[in-house]
Design a protein around this ligand. Structure first.
Ligand code: NAP
Length: 259
């Protein structure tokens, strides 16, 4: 079945527009502690820059490669010198390293308000007939277990500093529109892992109502970012397109809160 190529909007933007501009006062993240997984990579790095423009209290960057994390921090600091940035090396499949990092952040700042979960792995794009059962779960582990570990860690960290209070946290999970489209040949491993992660996070959010979960699709284009959202109880199709180099997640959130 061929995948659809629908047009979801009348207007297509290829750069950040006023409605989602992070410098808008209404989109300020002042006072918020924002943590980004996969901040050493493409979308995570772009997200860090955009969040910095909205003036968060602290920007916390997680990834495995310290040099790439430092590069993200340097890029952001060069444009937004006043933003407090911390970097943590953390392997998402290692719950201890992720919990240690988030606990430290929560203790220092009194909690974590927003997590943008950008870390992910594109599993080998091969027909399933050729998929290697011995390595099939490699990408799954980061996507599925890593998403669970991330969600657990932020809730546990917030509980640690605010026992008895379920501090609200916004969790934005980067997924793929492939989870709601007809199958794409060669993408079975990747898409099925993304479905599993979404289902786990949905269950997690039901069990922990202080978690406001958004599943977001960034398009495959390196220039354009096609967003879709899936609320906890129903599906919505792609909503808007913005420049991937100027991703404004809090703009997404403002929009998502209105649906
Ligand atoms: N780019 C696209 O076209 C596209 C389309 C649809 C969906 N997505 C989704 O959007 C998200 C970001 O994509 P991207 O293109 O920015 O990916 P990317 O450039 O490959 O970056 C992936 C990030 O994930 C981190 N990561 C991977 N495995 C990890 C692990 N086990 N523990 C900790 N961190 C880990 C990497 O950090 P280190 O290398 O430092 O470990 C890196 O920062 C992913 O979830 C992806 O599936 C992307």
């Amino acid at each position: 079945m061929a995948p659809p190529s629908p047009s979801y909007t009348k207007v297509t933007h290829s750069a950040t527009y006023d409605g989602i501009n992070p410098t808008q006062p209404g989109l300020s993240s002042a006072g918020k502690v924002v943590l980004i997984t996969g901040a050493s990579g493409g979308i995570g790095r772009a997200t860090a820059s955009s969040f910095a423009a909205s003036g968060p209290r602290a920007l916390i960057l997680l990834g495995r490669r310290p040099d790439a994390l430092a590069e993200t921090a340097n890029i952001v600091r060069a444009r937004h010198a006043k933003v407090l940035i911390q970097t943590y090396e953390a392997e998402l499949c290692d719950a201890t390293s992720v919990r240690n990092a988030m606990n430290k952040v929560a203790v220092e700042f009194g909690g974590i308000d927003t997590v943008i979960h950008c870390a992910g792995v594109l599993a080998p794009v091969v027909p399933l007939l050729e998929a290697d059962p011995a390595t099939f779960l490699d990408g799954y582990k980061t996507t599925v277990v890593g998403s669970l570990v991330t969600a657990q860690a932020v809730v546990l960290a917030n509980k640690k500093v605010s026992p008895g209070e379920d501090k609200p946290v916004t969790l934005v999970n980067l997924t793929t529109a492939g989870i709601i489209f007809p199958p794409f040949a060669g993408m079975g491993a990747y898409v099925s892992s993304k479905v599993a992660a979404v289902k786990i996070l949905q269950s997690f959010a039901v069990e922990n109502p202080q978690v406001r979960l958004h599943n977001v699709h960034p398009d495959s284009s390196k220039q354009l970012c096609l967003l879709s959202c899936q609320s906890q109880s129903n599906y919505r199709l792609p909503l808007m397109i913005v420049s991937i180099t100027d991703i404004v997640l809090h703009g997404y959130l403002l929009f998502l809160t209105s649906i």
